[in-house]
Design a protein around this ligand. Structure first.
Ligand code: NAI
Length: 341
């Protein structure tokens, strides 16, 4: 079988993980080219993994005639433009979330994806490929909890990463707490409830680190969302989680409740000693979602080979961006915002 030749842009925290998966863990896939604005990163990956082509300019990578697909793991403000460029040159495209930081640019990408119906486009909502989140979806569809009417999501980053986040956020615009972090939860809520958001009220603040006020962002925030069918969404996002990386989701239905990740344990080891009974916590997204990152990438490659489309569509990216942006607007204005789709 022919191998899908992939070029990746972005070799940072997540790009490096994706690159490793593409290079070594997926059959019928070859990591043919890598690109980053940081030359040392490019050279390091090329040397370490024997990658034939390396670039510091995205446009140069797109000119490589050997490539079939482009994998985008660059900072969020580049996604829209890089997706459109790659699609227009005939590539299949995978992009990390969020689709866009502004609604207009997300809609622009939707138009571009629709204009290239024979190319695969996939967005990195990897939680949909996590075994536990998939099992929950199957149970909801089987009617185990009746009709779901409330979803409560926690997305909390480790306090230990706050300094590096603040350094990053001072130099880069990532969309703010809701667009950057809650976007996965918004997608899950739409997926599980099968409904679009109607209105939102979001609040937040800086509690341990006043620096978040200076960058006009929240250290921790909460959004309450009413969905079209009157279902309820409660979304908590934060960057100051003392015990580690905590992603938790609860779906309440008319006949029962599902919870995923209530205790964000690293493994099944329980430590019992003078301090008490301890379960260690996962320390970040790479550890918690390792299987999901691999599975979503496998799905992207399989879609290209099987000439089919992934279940996640560009519309999922647009709708979650619209909701994220509405939360941001509500947080900034203090008002209840109607989510306009
Ligand atoms: P990072 O800052 O660690 O890495 C960014 C990479 O892109 C670096 O290699 C940098 O040199 C490169 N780069 C920057 N500007 C570029 C340009 N114009 N052209 C080419 N390369 C460029 O960022 P991180 O944390 O890896 O995030 C990357 C993306 O992945 C973001 O959009 C973020 O929202 C998303 N992300 C998604 C997660 C998920 O769970 N699905 C988790 C973490 C990040």
């Amino acid at each position: 079988m022919k191998k899908v030749k992939v070029g990746i842009v972005g070799l940072g925290r997540l790009g490096r993980k994706h690159a490793g998966n593409l290079a070594f863990r997926i059959p019928h896939c070859e990591l043919t080219a890598v690109c980053s604005v940081v030359e040392e990163e490019v050279q390091e990956v090329m040397d370490a993994w024997n990658i034939p082509y390396g670039y510091t300019k995205y446009e140069d990578m797109l000119a490589n005639p050997e490539l079939d697909a482009i994998f985008i793991a660059s900072p969020s403000n580049f996604h829209c433009e890089q997706i459109k460029q790659a699609l227009s040159l005939g590539f299949h495209v995978f992009s990390e979330k969020p689709l866009g930081l502004y609604v207009e640019e997300a809609l622009d990408v939707e138009t571009a994806v629709k204009a290239h119906p024979d190319q695969v486009f996939m967005l990195g909502f990897m939680r949909r490929y996590d075994r536990s989140y998939m099992a929950a979806k199957e149970k909801i569809e089987a009617g185990i909890i009746g009709k779901p009417f409330l979803i409560r999501c926690y997305g909390l980053d480790p306090a230990s990463k706050m300094d590096s986040f603040l350094t990053f956020a001072r130099a880069n615009y990532s969309g703010g707490l809701f667009l950057d972090m809650s976007i996965h939860d918004f997608d899950l809520a739409r997926w599980y409830l099968g409904e679009e958001a109607k209105e939102v009220w979001a609040i937040g603040g800086s509690y341990a680190r006043p620096e978040f006020d200076e960058i006009e962002d929240a250290e921790t925030g909460a959004a309450m969302v009413r969905f079209e069918n009157n279902a309820i969404g409660i979304f908590v996002a934060g960057r100051n989680c003392a015990h580690g990386y905590h992603i938790e989701t609860e779906i309440i239905g008319t006949k029962g409740t599902l919870r995923i990740g209530t205790v964000p344990e690293r493994n099944q080891v329980v430590i019992m000693k003078d301090e008490g009974v301890i379960q260690e916590c996962v320390d970040g997204f790479l550890e918690r979602f390792e299987q999901a990152y691999l599975s979503e990438t496998e799905e992207f490659i399989n879609c290209i080979l099987d000439k089919r489309k992934p279940a996640i569509t560009v519309k999922d990216g647009v709708q979650s961006t619209i909701l994220g942006y509405s939360c941001k607007k509500s947080f900034e204005t203090g008002r209840l915002i109607q989510v306009k789709t």
